[in-house]
Design a protein around this ligand. Structure first.
Ligand code: NDP
Ligand code: 6NA
Length: 468
């Protein structure tokens, strides 16, 4: 099986390793040249990138610019401005038995890495990990999702044109079979963004070579809506969060746990917010995206029967349109409540007291993100203390993704590792301990060598144990 480069994978892997061993990618000049090339790629092709995302996902330019252009440029600029300091060798304290030797932490490339990206934010989720791979001084093979075909084909053409062809290989056509073959090779890190199901396949394959992985996975993100909340304020944020990219967001809110006393008022408020955001006919609104494929649209439409539809429930499979749909009394054993929804369908489970809601969450896999809308500090504390998630947001949705100071990643089933900002550089860097020992003979203490005596053991214990 050959990649889009038309070269058999076995030689692709060998060529990349050969280039890495030439030490070309270790050089800071090379890293900066590639980061600047990536920055140029985006700034010179904004319109084409926007048009391609629009073709694949039908979303508004506003959404495209924020997540696929602005955020990637920001990550690139942040890396360029901080790379020298991030990559700087750190001198650390050396205990007395090292003196006058010294101890350091070197920042070193991992080698040849594999990046696999999904279709829902096809530019951001491919290029941000690539920024980290470059910053760390690595060669990389980047497998772009074939489902976001227009974006992936364009990115393949642009990356092939702008980036160093010796150090990178890009593919946009391969599917499951191609990835299966990719996973047969040894990589020095695998950065996978995708479903839990495929994440487990990647993890199992990585174990063969003990390859470190970053698994940016998905899952069912709960959102608690407590009775102590401003219903209008909360409804706007929930509908915004659920409808962004038509719900095709791994940190998107998957289902609501709503205090029963506010269930009806909240549903009524949802109706007026949907009209405010998208007008009378949502399907005609340029602000509401389309589903990535007809198959995905059919899967989402099949969820309508998993409970009582109180808002929406419309589908136009040919147009890949699924209306924002709210479902109450969902069947807890149905796909709606057991599989990641990844679309604009919002089931609501009503609860009477917060402990019920917390237990509901505790009985399910750890989510990538957890949301809680409440103005009651004691409720917030109970939720934070009683649950585990990759990240948690109180009284808002999604925006934690836009802060490069925050680790972005899962826990348990929702993923392994985290990135953004310096963490993206750290993900693709090995922190290598270096000790430079003295060769001065008079400091070569005899007590460290056999034959050992109780006295040498006693003195050594005092020195090592002192941490001086
Ligand atoms: N944590 C995060 O940052 C994010 C997580 N996600 C998650 O990604 C998923 C949606 O993205 P999607 O691309 O559909 O994810 P998938 O995991 O379904 O697919 C990812 C890649 O794996 C390939 N694949 C599918 N089956 C196999 C297999 N058996 N062996 C090897 N490779 C396989 C797919 O190929 P093919 O193209 O042939 O299907 C695709 O290229 C959601 O679960 C979402 O939560 C999405 C965005 C961000
Ligand atoms: C808001 C942008 C989020 C991108 C990653 C995800 O799919 O959750």
């Amino acid at each position: 099986m050959s990649s889009s480069t038309g070269v058999a994978l076995s030689s692709v892997s060998k060529n990349l390793r050969k280039v890495f061993l030439s030490q070309k990618t270790r050089k800071m000049d090379w890293r900066f040249s590639q980061l600047k090339a990536l920055k140029k790629l985006i700034s010179e092709n904004k319109e084409d990138i926007t048009a391609a995302v629009k073709k694949d996902l039908g979303k508004h330019e506003f959404e495209i610019h924020q997540t696929e252009i602005v955020m990637v440029q920001a990550e690139c600029e942040e890396t360029i401005s901080h790379l020298e300091s991030w990559n700087k060798t750190e001198k650390v304290y050396s205990p007395i038995h090292f003196k006058p030797g010294s101890s350091y932490i070197l920042k070193e490339p991992l080698g040849v890495v594999l990046i696999m990206s999904p279709w829902n934010y096809p530019v951001n989720l491919a290029l941000v990990p690539l920024i980290g791979a470059i910053a760390g001084g690595n060669c990389a093979l980047v497998k772009l999702s074939r489902h976001s075909y227009n974006v992936s084909k364009l990115l393949y053409e642009l990356l092939t044109k702008y980036m160093d062809p010796e150090c990178f290989v890009f593919d946009y056509e391969g599917g499951a079979q191609y990835i299966t073959e990719l996973l047969e090779y040894k990589w020095d890190h695998i950065f996978f963004t995708g479903s839990v199901k495929v994440g487990k396949i990647v993890y199992a394959a990585a174990a063969k070579y003990l390859t470190p992985v970053t698994l940016e996975l998905g899952g069912k993100n709960p959102c608690i809506v407590d009775k102590d909340t401003d219903i209008k304020f909360t409804a706007r944020r929930l509908i915004w969060g659920k409808c962004w990219n038509a719900g095709q967001t791994c940190i998107g809110l998957d289902y609501l746990l709503v205090h029963k006393s506010i269930l009806q008022p909240l549903i009524e408020e949802f109706k007026s917010v949907l009209k405010e955001f998208f007008g009378e006919d949502i399907k005609k609104s340029p602000s509401f995206a389309r589903i990535i494929s007809k198959a995905a649209a059919e899967r989402l439409a099949s969820l309508f029967t998993n409970g009582k539809v109180v808002i929406g429930g419309e589908a136009d499979i040919e147009e890949r349109y699924i209306s924002p749909t709210v479902i109450v009394d969902p069947d807890l054993d149905s796909p709606l409540m057991t599989e990641e929804i990844f679309g604009p369908v919002l089931p609501i489970v009503a609860y009477e007291n917060i402990d019920e809601a917390i237990e509901f969450i505790q009985n399910r896999p750890h989510p990538l993100t957890l949301y809680c809308f409440s103005r009651d500090q004691s409720i917030q504390d109970k939720v934070l203390d009683g649950t585990q998630s990759g990240s948690v947001m109180l009284n808002d949705c999604l925006l934690h993704f836009t802060n490069p100071q925050l680790p972005f990643g899962g826990i348990g089933d929702s993923g392994i590792g985290a990135y953004h900002g310096k963490l993206t550089f750290d993900t693709f860097t090995h922190r290598r301990a270096l000790v430079q020992s003295t060769t001065k003979k008079f400091l070569d203490l005899p007590l460290r060598y056999p034959p050992y005596t109780p006295m040498s053991d006693n003195i050594a214990s005092k020195i090592i144990g002192s941490g001086w």
